[in-house]
Design a protein around this ligand. Structure first.
Ligand code: FAD
Length: 303
């Protein structure tokens, strides 16, 4: 079955944008294709798509680098590149751990961070980590290139706020990790058949100079809503409190009130509630330990 009529591989962002403009919304952006091609095969459209514009060869979108006190990760960076980045292991441990559990090696070798976010599923692992890192995205939307918060990218479950026939995510950025700051990601999934994430949890926190008190915390559990979001009640239970097991216990109690959904293919709400406590405890304990010692070794996926 033919899925598209023309396939373009632009080398620059400008070239990609001018191709998209040329097709006036009739082309579709593609990166690794691990989500898009599954969707295209499933929709069985009567006519092939006019064109695909492949952004995975654009050098500007494939870079991971430190810039002006921030870390920038291009939208076309693959999950494997992220897992193998020594810079990200230290600066964004939860992102390395989140991308490290996506699919298997074949999916991680071609699947990209931009595609993970643009596909807009609330349980997406790279997205969950970026939200805990308080990341921003550089996008081109309606012809304007601008930085926006992550929240501006989502319109609903599986619904991006971007038009994938016209707009682009170029890259993401988040603050560098200062001493006393660390993050962690934990996930539980159903390993049988198609691997379906049941619940993911990303935590970022900052300890005070004595490494005893949690000065700031950002916590994401996913999926808990149609769009990715942080959990303010849990963050409030952590902020300004001693970095102890009692405080972690209080954070778990604060998560008790979350309205988690039963999903036919993934898990019941009751199971998810129990797992939320398990993941939160593990992620918080790991992040506190990392922030206290400065020792960071991401948990890696199998190669
Ligand atoms: C077997 C399998 C297992 C998987 N397991 C997981 C998992 O465990 N966890 C998880 O989170 N995901 C998983 N996925 C989903 C998928 O691999 C990831 O979401 C991946 O990151 C998507 O990236 P991609 O480059 O392949 O996106 P593509 O399929 O190329 O694109 C996805 C969507 O994003 C748009 N897009 C891509 N790049 C851009 C850009 N720069 N700007 C604007 N729009 C863009 C495309 O137009 C398309 O609509 C799995 C997929 C498969 C097939």
């Amino acid at each position: 079955m033919r899925l598209w009529k023309r396939y373009h591989t632009p080398a620059t962002v400008d070239e990609a944008l001018s191709l998209l403009a040329q097709y006036a919304g009739q082309a579709h952006v593609v990166a690794g294709g691990t989500d898009l091609l599954v969707d295209m095969r499933a929709e069985s459209a009567p006519e092939p798509h006019e064109a695909l514009v492949d952004v995975s060869h654009i050098a500007e979108m494939r870079q991971i680098r430190a810039e002006d006190g921030a870390i920038c990760v291009g939208a076309s960076v693959t999950h494997t590149q992220i897992v193998e980045s020594a810079l990200l292991a230290h600066e964004a441990t939860c992102l390395v751990e989140g991308c490290g559990v996506i699919g298997g090696p074949q999916v991680r070798n071609v699947g990209t961070l931009g595609g993970n976010v643009a596909h807009a599923l609330p349980a997406a692992d790279g997205t969950t980590a970026l939200v805990a890192l308080d990341a921003e995205a550089e996008i081109v939307q309606g012809g304007a290139r601008q930085w926006v918060p992550m929240a501006a990218l989502f319109a609903g479950a599986g619904q991006s706020a971007l038009d994938h026939g016209r707009d682009l995510i170029i890259r993401f950025r988040f603050a560098r990790a200062n001493p006393g700051e660390a993050s962690a990601f934990k996930r539980v999934m159903r390993p049988q058949g198609v691997a379906l994430p049941i619940l993911g949890c990303a935590v970022w926190l900052r300890l005070d100079s004595a490494r005893e008190v949690i000065e700031a915390a950002r916590v994401t559990l996913a999926p808990v809503a149609p769009v990715p979001q942080r959990i303010p009640a849990v963050e409030a239970a952590l902020t300004g409190q001693p970095a102890t097991a009692d405080t972690v216990g209080a954070a778990l109690r604060a998560a008790d009130g979350l309205r988690l959904r039963t999903s036919k293919y993934r898990a019941t709400a009751e199971y998810r509630r129990e797992m939320a406590a398990v993941l939160l405890r593990r992620a918080l304990t790991a992040a506190i330990q990392r922030a206290r010692t400065g020792q960071v070794t991401p948990e890696h996926a199998e190669k």
